[in-house]
Design a protein around this ligand. Sequence first.
Ligand code: 5GP
Ligand code: MG
Length: 195
Amino acid sequence: MTTRSAPQPAPPAAPRADYPAGCQVLFTGDEIREAVERLGDEVRATYGRDELTIVVVLHGGLVFAADLMRRLDMPMRLGVALASSYRGAATSPGELQVQMHPGLDVAGRHVLLVDDILDTGRTLLRLRDSIRALDARSVRLATLVDKPSRRIAPLQADFTGFTIPDLFIVGYGLDWNERYRNLPDIVALPPGGGR
Ligand code: 5GP
Ligand code: MG
């Protein structure tokens, strides 16, 4: 059972030991919360009371999608897709692999693909085409972060939280070598080190 006492002033933020060495905080948890609220408003204004099928791109989109979906109040279904393009210790893309949740039922439905970051655009372009091929009624893209300077595929997100230059970021779902997904802030790794 949870017992609630009178609210206390928040303690000063303690530095966490699990942040990468030499990293720079780009967006705090509070700034991310505000961005997700704004995106929630935009998504609600777009779909109204229409049913929405959210397809979360795992693993990076998981934290963002969990927060975004709780800002939405239309009838909702949830599916997942798996994408991986970074290999081992590299921060440059390897071979792209995407896999749709077996049995994902999107025919005739409005689909919102939710991912952590739009970089070259290859992942979301491939997933969008796969979902279109399943006869979805509409497919839109929501990304928390956009790195437009890196784009290869002709693709724009319909809903974007933040736009950044060409930095490698971790936290709030984004990993480096499967680490740091649990950081509440989004931080940039120092170029070539500090990991
Ligand atoms: P894209 O196909 O757009 O090049 O890549 C998308 C995926 O690459 C993202 O969903 C994410 O998993 C990964 N990615 C791209 N840029 C970054 C970055 O700065 N940090 C991390 N952690 N992952 C990234
Ligand atoms: Mg991803």
